[in-house]
Design a protein around this ligand. Structure first.
Ligand SMILES: Cc1ncc(COP(=O)(O)O)c(C=O)c1O
Length: 390
């Protein structure tokens, strides 16, 4: 082993001892509730395919058609040779869906968050960021020349206090997930925006988990609260079922990011076939009332039953259901027991979540059947007793 490898190996041993070791598993089938994982049949309660669209034939057909015309990769940045009509069509569709003047595509939601936060706030500005914001927001803040001040999770008193304390900064940007990825809480966007107005600040919302899920026709958190943040960020990789990210907002904002956001300028454009599939996905989502109803009925059944069993379940009514176990090793053991019973719902541990809050993070889709859910609940009942957790 080289000196470098020996050093890394020692670190990995410590990672293992802390119960924080991660490894990859291989999906042998297309995304759906019942999958082959590492060759074994598993009932999946951990995907972001909330409306089952990642495997929808209408999207696959749209991608196939454009694939024949445009090939696989886009082969260049949007600003060189990667731009097609499909990119524009999808941006117009996203803007219409999010009810904004314009939209700009990025290769992922991660890059959209990093792009916005490293570009808009400048040296003499401050970013007020919710403690539980997604890693891509945190990384964007780290790249920004502005100062970052963290406020307690969805704590409006703390946000107001921090807005008061940062009055001397040139501009103030408040950034929040719409639906928090690890806690399943919904940000009180109506209150955030009214504070922003009172303190002359700007609002940025990352609607990754709300797009397709919350609000009328799944338009997201802004629509759910009937408000308009200055900047809406999103991903195509969750309910929309494809890949890529976007920013939606005013024409000037979009043009500014196109000219200045490094994660837009220095990235290869999304493949046109994925743009076409995403376009169809948005059309499908606008008509997916029944799927959304089924999704929320599944969420309610699981949450209510787990609470009745005595589990500590966090979050609002969203497809993200965090069941708190506490200790990371116990959470891993719980996840392993679930897997032995054919349920795939990995343990989430620090640093992804705070110390002492290791959890089984369940996510539910509209495609889960009553039988799937009954079996999940049966397993939680059994394993909870076996491990003496509740
Ligand atoms: C809240 C949130 N924002 C952004 C992202 C990143 O999106 P993408 O997977 O498209 O990079 C995720 C994905 O995990 C997320 O949960």
């Amino acid at each position: 082993m080289s000196e470098l490898d020996e050093w890394l190996h020692q670190h990995l041993i410590k990672t293992k001892e802390a119960g924080l070791y991660r490894k990859l598993r291989t999906m042998n089938t297309a995304p759906r509730p019942n999958m082959l994982i590492d060759g074994k049949g598993q009932l999946v309660f951990s995907s972001n395919n909330y409306l089952g669209l990642a495997n929808d034939q209408r999207l696959v057909t749209a991608a196939e058609t454009i694939l024949h015309e445009f090939g696989l990769g886009s082969s260049g940045s949007r600003l060189t040779t990667g731009n097609t009509d499909w990119h524009h069509k999808l941006e117009e569709k996203i803007a219409c869906f999010k009810q904004t003047e314009g939209a700009l595509l990025f290769s992922s939601g991660y890059l959209a968050n990093v792009g916005v936060l490293s570009t808009l706030p400048e040296k003499d500005d401050v970013i007020l960021s919710d403690r539980l914001n997604h890693a891509s927001i945190i990384d964007g803040c780290r790249l920004s020349k502005a100062k970052t001040v963290v406020y307690n999770h969805i704590d409006m008193d703390d946000l107001e206090k921090k807005l008061t304390e940062t009055a001397s900064y040139k501009r103030r940007f408040i950034v929040s997930d719409g639906v928090f990825s690890m806690d399943g809480t919904i940000a009180p966007l109506d209150q955030i925006i009214s504070l922003a107005k009172r303190y002359h600040s700007y609002t940025i919302v990352d609607d990754a988990h709300a797009t397709g899920v919350l609000g009328k026709n799944g338009r997201g958190t802004s629509d759910y609260f009937g408000v308009r943040p200055d900047v809406v960020i999103g991903t195509l990789s969750k309910a929309i079922g494809t890949e890529g990210g976007f920013v939606a907002g005013s024409h000037v904002l979009i043009n500014y990011l196109l000219n200045h956001a490094r994660t837009f300028i220095f990235q290869t454009a999304m493949p046109p076939a994925i743009c076409a599939a995403s376009y169809v996905a948005l059309e499908v989502i606008e008509e997916s009332h029944e799927k959304r109803q089924q999704l929320f009925s599944n969420v309610k059944k699981i949450k209510t039953s787990l609470v009745e069993m005595g589990y500590l379940v966090k979050g609002d009514i969203t497809p993200i259901i965090p069941v708190i176990i506490g200790d990371p090793n116990e959470a891993v053991l719980f996840a392993e027991k679930l897997q032995e019973k054919g349920i795939y719902a990995p343990a989430i541990r620090p640093p992804t979540v705070p110390e002492g809050e290791s959890r089984i993070r369940l996510t539910v889709t509209s495609d889960h059947s009553t039988k799937d859910i009954d079996y999940l609940l049966e397993c939680f009942q059994f394993i909870g007793k076996e491990l003496n957790i509740k």
